[in-house]
Design a protein around this ligand. Structure first.
Ligand SMILES: Cc1cc2nc3c(=O)[nH]c(=O)nc-3n(C[C@H](O)[C@H](O)[C@H](O)COP(=O)(O)OP(=O)(O)OC[C@H]3O[C@@H](n4cnc5c(N)ncnc54)[C@H](O)[C@@H]3O)c2cc1C
Length: 561
């Protein structure tokens, strides 16, 4: 259902007309002329279980509607998207600007939009469509969905969900003995669980991750191809390098042990990436970047772990887990980082059953009404807490440090303080926990007082930092004491540089091997900086090939087979 609320009759009429004209075939549309009627209707709908997809509330004449209505919608219908509708020019009024900023920071509204003008107002409908797409994604009701049916939320079913997340494939999960599970299993026949059902009707029973990549159409056999550039890691840095590399004529292969997006896929909402004023989910950003690179001719091989790197003559050779050796003139290391573990055996056993590493995007709706904990003190933990607060009853951020400011951006600290159902426990660690089949409690230790407390917990999200994925690299690639790859002037030159030319910025201690993004010593650990470094690496490649008196391999070539 779509709900429009405004006590300005003309403005409400405009909203109702636009919503009915475009969406009435698929959504019920209701127009409510006062805040009180909106509150009563939200209550009724919550009791009857009818879902609201979108609430648009105008500022109205009285000032009573608008944000308070959207706040009520959030409380009673947390899945509903909420847009504040303002008149043209209102954004320039300081009080309105501040109200919009505050309510976005507190998660009361998803975004603001201008009142529709005379039809057709495509700009208005673009805003509405973006909100409806966000709603459909969150409730897993996209047209092309992969369905997983399993016996339990944990174990192999959880690993498959993670594999699909890393392939940026929208998917849903249900238990075999649920109504939906029984219907889906009807189409799958007598299959061993878990079962994965693809939108094209293909059914895989307990597939390997590599089979998922193949079925998703994202695995390429690169065995016989020699590339200008081999990129290891399809996170933001690798994707950016793929876009620039392929678009500038280098034959480019990107390999990843998962799928696209890297850490960014676990970010529910990236709000500080240039050009996305209402934020963008890491998954969507990655999917778009992947499309962009693919259109320029980049090749991708997913679920392929790079396990070795060596030089053979004028080529670098990378060994892949499933495709053997691949040759390239230059290699870009963009392997980013992986999460540290919590180190509590009982909690490790519940991984996927209430205990999750990384961002809460896919699990958040299941946290509705629960007391949820987030462990970590960096930006990613702050974002996770804010996102979970939309669904969970309470969210507790557990932080070892004695202040949030030590590890988190100011804007996020502010959002946390302003979000009523988020609380923070400083100087605290998680030292135990458990549950029968699913997490139900945690043991917290207050380091300031030396006390321990057992608390009820319906979910735990672990965002406790990461270490670089560089263990497999050969010793020739110099790393710092934490394993991050040294580049450019940061290389200490324990081994003398073998070439007449200088080492380039982003070049490692091994000639023609570059590193970009989070994996790099001294990197900024942001999507924008990873993307920037990925593009800079391509400029360096031009310089490298020019120095080698060679030309790039001409038109981008797609790998065959
Ligand atoms: C939950 C969360 C929220 C975040 N929010 C923000 C935000 O709001 N704004 C912001 O700017 N930044 C944010 N970040 C940080 C941002 O996501 C990272 O800085 C960025 O993803 C780094 O990009 P990258 O390409 O360097 O590495 P990664 O994103 O880590 O990607 C590395 C890729 O390499 C692959 N790989 C690793 N080893 C191998 C191997 N041996 N073989 C093949 N493939 C391999 C991995 O599978 C992975 O896909 C967030 C991070 C997290 C976890």
């Amino acid at each position: 259902m779509l709900v429009a609320v405004d006590d300005d009759a003309v403005a409400l009429g405009d909203l109702e007309r636009e919503l009915r004209d475009r969406y009435e075939r698929h959504y019920r549309v209701e127009a409510l002329p006062s805040a009180d009627e909106a509150y009563a209707r939200f209550e009724e709908l919550a009791v009857s279980g009818e879902e609201i997809a979108l609430v648009l509330s105008g500022r109205g004449l009285s000032g009573a509607v608008g944000i308070p209505v959207l706040e009520a919608a959030r409380r009673l219908h947390p899945q509903a998207k909420r847009g504040l509708v303002i008149a043209w020019g209102d954004w320039g009024k300081p009080a309105i600007g501040e109200a919009i900023f505050e309510s976005m920071a507190r998660g009361l509204i998803d975004h603001y939009m201008l009142r529709p003008s005379s039809p057709p107002d495509e700009a208005f409908h673009q805003e509405v469509s973006a909100l409806l797409l966000g709603w459909a994604e969150a409730r897993r009701s996209l047209p092309y969905m992969v369905h997983i049916v399993g016996e339990s939320w944990s174990g192999r079913a959880y690993e498959l969900r993670k594999a699909l997340v890393s392939c940026a494939l929208p998917h849903s999960f249900c238990l075999a003995d649920s109504d939906e599970g029984r219907v889906l299993l009807g189409t799958a026949g007598d299959s061993q669980l878990p079962v994965v059902i693809f939108p094209n009707g293909r059914i895989l029973t307990d597939p390997s991750n590599a089979e998922i990549a193949l079925a998703a159409g994202s695995a390429v056999n690169p065995a016989r191809i020699d590339y200008d550039l081999l990129i290891i890691g399809a996170g933001p840095a690798g994707l950016s390098a793929a876009v620039y590399g392929a678009s500038e004529g280098f034959s480019t292969l990107v390999v990843d042990e998962g799928g696209v997006g890297g850490q960014a896929t676990s970010s529910s909402m990236i709000r500080n990436y240039l050009g996305f004023p209402r934020g963008v989910s890491g998954r969507r950003l990655a999917q778009r970047a992947y499309d962009q690179a693919w259109i320029f001719g980049a090749n991708f091989a997913f679920m392929q772990v790079a396990t070795g790197l060596r030089r053979e003559g004028d080529r670098l050779v990378v060994t892949l887990s499933d495709s053997g050796d691949v040759h390239a003139r230059a290699v870009l290391l963009t392997m980013g980082a992986t999460y540290r573990r919590v180190g509590v055996a009982e909690l490790e056993a519940l991984n996927g059953a209430g205990v999750f590493y990384g961002g809460p995007t896919s699990e958040a709706p299941a946290m509705a009404g629960r007391d949820v904990f987030v462990l970590g003190g960096a930006n990613s933990a702050g974002q996770a807490a804010i996102y979970l607060a939309r669904y969970a009853k309470t969210v507790t951020l557990v932080v070892r440090a004695d202040s949030l400011a030590a590890g988190m951006s100011h804007y996020l600290v502010r959002e946390i303080v302003l979000t009523p159902n988020v609380s923070v426990r400083l100087r605290t660690e998680i030292v135990g926990g458990g549950g029968a089949g699913a997490l139900d409690h945690l043991v917290l230790r207050d380091n300031a007082h030396g006390t321990q407390e057992t608390v009820e917990a319906g979910g735990l999200f672990l965002m406790i930092g990461a270490h670089p994925s560089t263990d497999w690299l050969p010793p020739e690639i110099e790393r710092d004491e934490r394993g991050f790859v040294r580049t450019g002037q940061n290389v200490t030159d324990v081994d003398p540089w073998p070439l007449a030319r200088n080492r380039m910025f982003l070049e490692t201690s091994m000639p023609a091997v570059f590193a970009a993004g989070d994996i790099r010593h001294g990197s900024v650990k942001r999507v924008a900086s990873a993307v920037g470094e990925g593009s800079v690496a391509i400029q360096l490649l031009h310089d490298l090939f020019a120095a080698d008196r060679r030309q790039p391999g001409g038109r981008p070539r797609r790998a065959s087979g």
